[in-house]
Design a protein around this ligand. Structure first.
Ligand SMILES: [Zn+2]
Ligand SMILES: [Zn+2]
Length: 387
């Protein structure tokens, strides 16, 4: 960011804010720009599907009315970013990302500029976490916190507005929530994945005392476990094919973990909980995982699909019909759910910092991103631009 201070003097970019990708002299890319130095910042740029992200320079973002610029403190790598970076066509139900986009939708940072005419109680210097969506702020969806359903919603890090894999990111002021001062570095980047887990538990209409099975101990599975425990589930059992991840689950929220590479999941579950699960979360989202969730579920159970499968998948309907299952889908939180995650962390009523298993700077970021596409023991890896 060229000018990390006042905003009034900031150049206005044409509406639509296209990010022009600038080629800069070799060596420039990995150096940290200093305020006032130039009008470029570093970002991990998506060029084309299947090609590793490229750390390069793009123009600084400029805030419009209702927007803020954050100096990115940390941005988490999300499983969906990994998928999107390899998404060649729309056959999986999601359009391919435009070349030269910047991903990253799980971030926190410090406010360094406020768009002209923005009404907000936030100030420059505040640390915030922002929803990765900018809404109009006036429609019924925005007013009820369901920003993703706003008709003019623009996603951050998902193709509309450049995301948090950058030194600076442009966000909505209304969609930004102040973080408590005691939050450790990068903790604010966990709010987004925690909110996905909260959404899953809310969509499940989880009742105290229910027995839960969570398939998949990735960040979403673990976040779901944290909330199921918080809401009083009797058993919160997480299964994963990766023994390390299963072990991680036992530390965060889960009451028991099943190593699905060695154990028969449902037999082991029955030993732990005395019966089949009343709520099953599919936090994997691959071909066949929904059917597995259905197979494991008790009669009259709820099956909640949280993992995003981008392939045609099929289920055998006789099973959910004869079991009379409730099949539920969960996707994206409300603004107030985002806020609840901050408050519960603030009060120490949930604990999540241990989900961060690695932190990288721009040097090595692209490699770290690619490494997550092969089997690994990471849970949440953060980009910290000033690292
Ligand atoms: Zn995500
Ligand atoms: Zn709206």
């Amino acid at each position: 960011m060229g000018h990390a201070g006042g905003n009034a003097a900031r150049r206005r970019k044409p509406a639509g804010l296209t990010v022009r990708v600038a080629r800069t002299p070799a060596g420039r890319q990995t150096r940290r720009p200093h305020p006032g130095e130039d009008k470029y910042m570093r970002a991990a740029i998506f060029r084309e599907p299947g090609r590793p992200l490229e750390v390069g320079a793009i123009e600084d973002p400029t805030p419009q009315a209702g927007e803020l610029i954050l100096k990115v403190e940390a941005c988490g790598i999300c499983g969906s970013d990994l998928h999107i970076s390899d998404n060649h066509d729309g056959s999986g139900g999601m359009p391919p990302l435009k070349p030269d986009s910047v991903m990253g939708h799980e971030f926190c940072g410090e406010i360094v500029a406020i768009g002209p005419g923005t009404e907000t109680t936030l100030k420059e210097g505040d640390r915030v976490a922002s929803l990765p969506t900018i809404g109009c702020g006036t429609c019924d969806k925005c007013l009820t916190g369901d920003v993703k359903r706003c008709r003019t919603a623009r996603g951050i890090g998902l193709g509309d507005v450049p995301g948090g894999y950058a030194d600076y990111v442009r966000v909505g002021a209304r969609e930004s929530l102040r973080l408590p001062g005691h939050f450790g570095k990068g903790d604010g980047a966990l709010i987004e994945p925690l909110a996905v887990g909260l959404r899953a538990a809310v969509r499940a209409r989880l009742q105290p005392g229910e027995s839960v099975l969570i398939i998949g101990a990735g960040p979403v599975g673990l976040a779901t476990a944290i909330w199921c425990r918080h809401f009083g589930a009797r058993h919160v059992v997480v299964s994963d094919l990766n023994p390390n991840r299963a072990e991680m689950a036992a530390k965060y929220g889960a009451t028991d973990a099943i190593d699905a590479s060695k154990e028969n999941v449902i037999e082991r579950y029955k030993t732990i909980a005395g019966g089949r699960p009343e709520v099953v979360f599919d936090c994997v989202g691959v071909k066949g995982s929904m059917q597995l969730a259905i197979d494991y579920a008790a009669f009259d159970a709820k099956v909640v699909v949280v993992g995003v499968c981008m392939h045609l998948d099929h289920i055998l309907p006789v099973k959910p019909v004869t079991k009379e299952l409730d099949l539920i889908f969960a996707y994206c939180y409300l603004r107030q759910e985002f806020g609840l995650c901050i408050d519960m962390l603030d009060q120490g009523r949930i604990e999540a910092a241990g989900l961060i298993t690695d932190r990288v700077g721009f040097d090595g970021f692209s490699e770290a991103f690619e490494a997550l596409k092969t089997p690994n023991t990471q849970v949440k890896v953060l980009l910290e631009p000033d690292r």
